[in-house]
Design a protein around this ligand. Structure first.
Ligand code: C2E
Ligand code: MG
Ligand code: MG
Ligand code: MG
Length: 294
């Protein structure tokens, strides 16, 4: 029986698994080289204050400029970087480059309040005690104020590190860094930790927002999440806003901030700078009227 199973496994391995493993190893190999050559670029997506249309700040989103395959999305390589530990050097580069870029923009285009940058942290980065020292050093080297840095952490990354999470979050908080819960609603959805952990901002996942204009149940869920966030002293960001109808619903719910293709896709730094240079690039969208009724 064991033999039969072994043979079956071997066959499966020969066909699907083999190709899969080879592709993964190839990608890991390429990823290592890319880190040495710094073949990455950050794109920036504005996060907009819905009351005014002004840009509060940007989320930094990494892109891989693969020599043969062109631009590769982080959804494809971040999980592999995470699995292989390469997320540590990559994450360090992302942090440094986004802090450096933001400081440059803050100096060139003073905003009131100053623009912020949101950086995604993976579970693996979050589990490293050395993260605190790295961030401290990056802030001091780039001259960026800690209050201008927001770190985005998913529910799952917090729950994978329950032992150290609280301590880590408190240390970051004590430095003046702001903490966001990313993709809220997709992970463990255990509300318990929200009460205990010192989070400043709650980002409602796109899967809720994308149906908020057509699905009454989703709308009620979003309303509940917003109330919950407020009761816990957090502001809310709606992720993945694509239509003015969704925007109108979010305005009716008094959601503070939004991010999505309706405003702008993530863009290279030159294009982000053009948005920053305008006094109020989303003024017209800010005038969209809240949905009444329902
Ligand atoms: P995320 O942190 O939830 O980032 C938001 C994702 O939603 C981005 O995808 C963004 O392009 C996309 N998005 C924003 N607005 C819309 C919209 O209106 N419609 C649609 N369909 N999509 C929208 P992206 O850039 O492909 O990044 C995917 C994920 O990869 C991120 O999700 C984040 O989890 C991860 N990631 C990206 N950059 C980094 C990084 O530097 N470090 C780490 N650890 N993870 C990263
Ligand atoms: Mg994020
Ligand atoms: Mg997200
Ligand atoms: Mg996401």
């Amino acid at each position: 029986r064991a033999k039969a199973q072994g043979k079956a496994c071997h066959e499966v391995f020969d066909t699907d698994m083999h190709t899969h493993v080879v592709a993964l190893m190839q990608m890991e190999n390429d990823l290592r080289k890319a880190i040495d050559h710094q073949d990455f670029e950050l794109y920036y997506q504005p996060i907009v204050a819905l009351a005014t249309g002004k840009i509060m700040g940007f989320e930094a989103l990494v892109r891989w400029q693969h020599p043969e395959q062109g631009i590769i999305s982080p959804a494809k390589f971040v999980p592999i970087a995470e699995e292989t530990g390469l997320i540590i050097p990559l994450g360090q580069w992302v942090l440094r480059e986004s802090c450096r870029q933001l400081k440059e923009w803050q100096d060139a285009f003073p905003h009131d309040p100053p623009l912020t940058v949101s950086v995604n942290l993976s579970g693996r980065q979050f589990s490293q005690q050395s993260l605190i020292g790295q961030i401290r050093q990056t802030l001091s080297e780039t001259g960026l104020n800690a209050h201008s840095l927001k770190l985005e952490i998913t529910e799952s990354a917090i729950m994978e590190n329950t032992e150290s999470a609280m301590d880590m979050l408190l240390q970051l908080k004590a430095m003046g860094i702001q903490l966001s819960v990313d993709d809220f609603g997709t992970g463990y959805s255990s509300l318990g930790y929200l009460y205990r952990f010192p989070m400043d901002l709650l980002k409602i996942d796109q899967s809720f927002i994308s149906r908020v204009d057509v699905d009454g149940e989703k709308l009620e869920l979003v309303r509940t999440i917003i109330t919950l966030a407020w009761n816990l002293g957090m502001d809310v960001v709606a992720e993945g806003v694509e239509t003015t109808k969704q925007l109108a619903q979010l305005k009716a719910l008094k959601c503070e901030y939004a991010q999505g293709f309706l405003f702008s896709k993530p863009v290279p730094k030159q294009e982000a700078a053009k948005l920053i240079a305008q006094p109020n690039p989303f003024q017209q969208l800010a005038q969209v009227l809240p949905t009444t009724g329902r």
